[in-house]
Design a protein around this ligand. Structure first.
Ligand code: NDP
Length: 285
């Protein structure tokens, strides 16, 4: 049976370290600040934003919420980003995705000052990640790396297969595994021989967005399986991309959903906000 990687426990440890760091910064007169922008009334986005604000409060990070109606114009949103770019109390800006139809998300992300882009979605930060000279790592992939480190799982020299190539998770995930000297394959909807490729993985990361997509016949016995997916099954229950019941029997490690990668994403956002605050105040350590 696979050992389950407890993302809640690892995230709690990361958050405790961050809380301590925030206390130290406050003694230097620096309070990290995060602005969270939400447009429209998507219930999932509302939950994510509430969780992010709550997590900030728990570690002592100052946060501001800007809740705008779905009818917000592109120019109004861009204006808000500009204001937040200039606002001294704000070190990190997060615009909750997805934006309502009609708003250009790419333009909004590009308008964020890259030094306040704590999601690491701005092209300049994406480029920095490619060359390994980054300020921030994208939260979910960075959270996965932390989870692997927490169990002292060796990445160097291992066959790593990432299923999914989105800009926000799949591609940067592959890049971070490469930084750790993994031998990385990226699979997507046009990939041929998906089962064989997945089966070659020592570390298999599923970022597909389809319940039960990764089945036991796609997993090498003893592989480490990381489930990034957050889906609802037909019964409305939260589930990942991995067929948990069958894969649990053959993997060496597996992340549950919920309670695996999800909690790490927010912990890494807090970490990036602290990094941004230190950068803005010229604090190197
Ligand atoms: P996207 O829809 O942007 O990407 C899905 C990827 O899966 C695409 O690259 C797509 O390929 C690939 N794919 C789809 N069908 C197949 C198939 N049959 N075979 C192989 N590959 C396939 O999703 P995201 O990356 O944004 O999110 C993926 C999942 O991760 C979602 O469930 C999301 O909720 C979750 N998520 C979880 C987070 C967390 O904190 N745990 C954070 C962010 C996302 P192609 O490019 O060819 O279309």
């Amino acid at each position: 049976m696979a050992k389950l990687i407890d993302g809640k426990a690892v995230a709690a440890k990361v958050r405790a370290d961050i809380a301590q760091e925030v206390q130290t910064l406050k003694k230097l007169g620096v309070t990290p600040g995060l602005a969270v922008v939400i447009v429209g009334d998507d219930p999932a986005s509302r939950t994510y934003v509430n969780n992010k604000k709550k997590a900030c409060a728990e570690v002592g990070i100052y946060s501001e919420e800007y809740a705008l109606p779905a009818t917000t114009k592109q120019s109004e949103l861009m204006q808000l980003v500009e204001t937040l770019n200039r606002k001294k109390e704000i070190d990190g800006i997060l615009v909750q995705s997805p934006l309502p139809n009609g708003l250009n998300e790419e333009a909004v992300v590009e308008a964020i000052n890259p030094e306040k882009d704590v999601d690491a979605f701005h092209p300049s930060n994406v480029g920095r990640i490619m060359i390994g000279k980054y300020h921030f790592l994208p939260c979910t992939p960075a959270g996965v790396i932390e989870l692997l480190h927490s169990e002292e799982i060796e990445i160097s020299g291992k066959n790593c297969v990432v299923v999914g190539r989105s800009n926000i998770v799949g591609k940067p995930m592959a890049m971070l595994l490469l930084h750790q000297n993994g031998t990385v394959t990226i699979c997507h909807s046009k990939t041929k021989n998906l089962t064989e490729l997945c089966k070659s993985a020592d570390i298999l990361v599923a970022v597909v967005g389809k319940p039960n997509f990764i089945t036991a016949d796609m997993v090498k016995p003893g592989a480490v399986v990381i489930d990034v997916g957050i889906n609802r099954n037909p019964q409305g229950k939260l589930c990942g991309d991995v067929d948990f019941a069958s894969v649990e029997k053959i993997a060496s490690y597996l992340t549950p959903v919920p309670g695996g990668v999800g909690p790490m994403t927010i912990a890494m956002l807090l970490k990036n906000t602290v990094t941004a605050a230190k950068m803005h105040h010229g604090i190197t350590e």
